[in-house]
Design a protein around this ligand. Structure first.
Ligand SMILES: NC(=O)c1ccc[n+]([C@@H]2O[C@H](COP(=O)([O-])OP(=O)(O)OC[C@H]3O[C@@H](n4cnc5c(N)ncnc54)[C@H](OP(=O)(O)O)[C@@H]3O)[C@@H](O)[C@H]2O)c1
Length: 351
């Protein structure tokens, strides 16, 4: 195995599959092991047949075997794609087993380290935090909104939040709008993970569109906290999530009242300037479409205004930019690699 060793936790899930795919295509990283709670010892390709050509017959590891293997590394990366509630405990246990001998750079893709305070986590998720002592070792931000983490580990904000924050943060930071934002966002069925549920079953979801948890989604407090951290402005987010009849992608529509009339071309240019240094975020002339970004780490924003109201539409891939790809952007930074390494493949366009 050549390349910097990276381990994946939460092995057989959809996000883990995307993390594995991206690591296998990364010029500097090597897939050192994938831990599975439910199926250690079985081939990774049984869960991800499409990745078989690159997996070299790797088997899922138990968490104990993964820790023993990582103990042989001086420094390694870990991407956790385990569910919230489980991820923090798995990370804490791995770090405790490795001790000071192995330096570990963790990116958690679950919700476990998104809040700075355990109390905020407990309020939102309804159970005690799995590793409250570790929370200060994690920073949570969309990579485009914070140049450097300043902590050894990073938490990724997740898919709805990434799409919504990419649209909202420039509006608040540049003081273009009143700080009350109305948001509708539609997610594909992979957003609910691999385990089939009534709400993700194909006959129910196909050819349909419906809202759920209007104004009560658990990611709303995270979005408000991350927007405040990125801009210093306390914004109010009225968020209505929807389930869409497609497998991958998030389409978010953010609406707000302009503080003063600004020409739409000038608004678009202000957003372009805001993201000028960001390789993955493009501000386009028309309304962006999911197929522009699906299966890629790119995000597209579209801007419209009638002189009083501003609309920004935002599209990302939920499993890549909204999880494994955004997480790999952070891991590249933590490890000192080019932020874009392994992430520049464009969308397929016609999926
Ligand atoms: N899906 C998305 O669009 C998306 C976007 C952003 C963030 N996320 C976050 O990414 C994480 C993974 O999401 P996903 O959609 O890939 O979910 P998923 O398909 O349900 O996969 C999660 C995997 O975690 C493992 N697991 C389940 N329960 C566990 C437990 N109690 N302890 C340890 N491992 C357990 C299982 O794999 P093994 O049995 O093989 O270990 C399972 O396949 C979640 O935290 C989710 O919130 C998801």
């Amino acid at each position: 195995m050549s390349g910097f060793p990276v381990y994946v936790l939460g092995g057989s899930g959809y996000v883990a599959g995307e993390a594995i795919r991206l690591i296998l295509g990364h010029p500097q990283l090597a897939l050192a092991g994938v831990a599975s709670d439910g199926q250690p010892g079985t081939p990774v390709e049984a869960a991800f047949p499409h990745l078989a050509p690159r997996l070299d017959g790797q088997l899922f590891l138990s968490y104990e075997t993964l820790a023993a293997r990582a103990g042989g590394d001086a420094h390694c990366g870990v991407i956790s794609a385990a569910p919230h509630g489980a991820s923090a405990g798995l990370i804490a246990s791995l770090l405790a087993q490795l001790g000071a001998k192995t330096r570990v750079s963790v990116v958690d893709l679950s919700a476990d380290f998104r809040f700075a305070e355990p109390a905020a986590y407990e309020r939102t998720y309804g159970h005690a935090h799995g590793a409250p002592g570790l929370q200060q070792d994690f920073t949570c931000a969309v990579p485009e909104h914070l140049p450097k983490a300043g902590t050894p580990h990073v938490a990724h904000p997740g898919c709805f939040s990434t799409a919504i924050l990419l649209a909202s943060v420039p509006l608040l930071a540049l003081e273009l709008v009143e700080p009350q934002l109305w948001v509708s966002a539609v997610t594909g069925s992979t957003g609910s993970g691999r385990q089939p549920t009534e709400g993700t079953h194909h006959p129910r979801r196909h050819s349909d569109l419906y809202a759920y948890n209007p104004l009560a989604h658990r990611h709303t407090p995270e979005i408000a906290a991350l927007a405040r951290a990125a801009t210093g402005v306390t914004g109010e987010f009225a968020f209505v999530p929807h389930s869409g009849p497609f497998a991958r992608g998030i389409h978010a529509t953010v609406q707000a009242r302009l503080r003063q009339p600004v020409d739409v071309t000038a608004l678009r240019n202000q957003l372009r300037d805001f993201y000028a240094g960001s390789a993955f975020v493009g501000v386009v002339e028309n309304c962006p479409r999911l197929k522009d970004v699906v299966a890629s780490n790119y995000a597209r924003l579209g801007v419209a205004s009638d002189g009083r109201n501003l609309v920004v539409t935002s599209v990302i891939d939920n499993l890549v930019k909204g999880a494994a790809g955004g997480g790999l952007q952070w891991l590249n930074r933590l490890l000192g690699f080019e932020e874009t390494a392994g992430l520049t493949a464009p969308a397929a366009g016609w999926t």
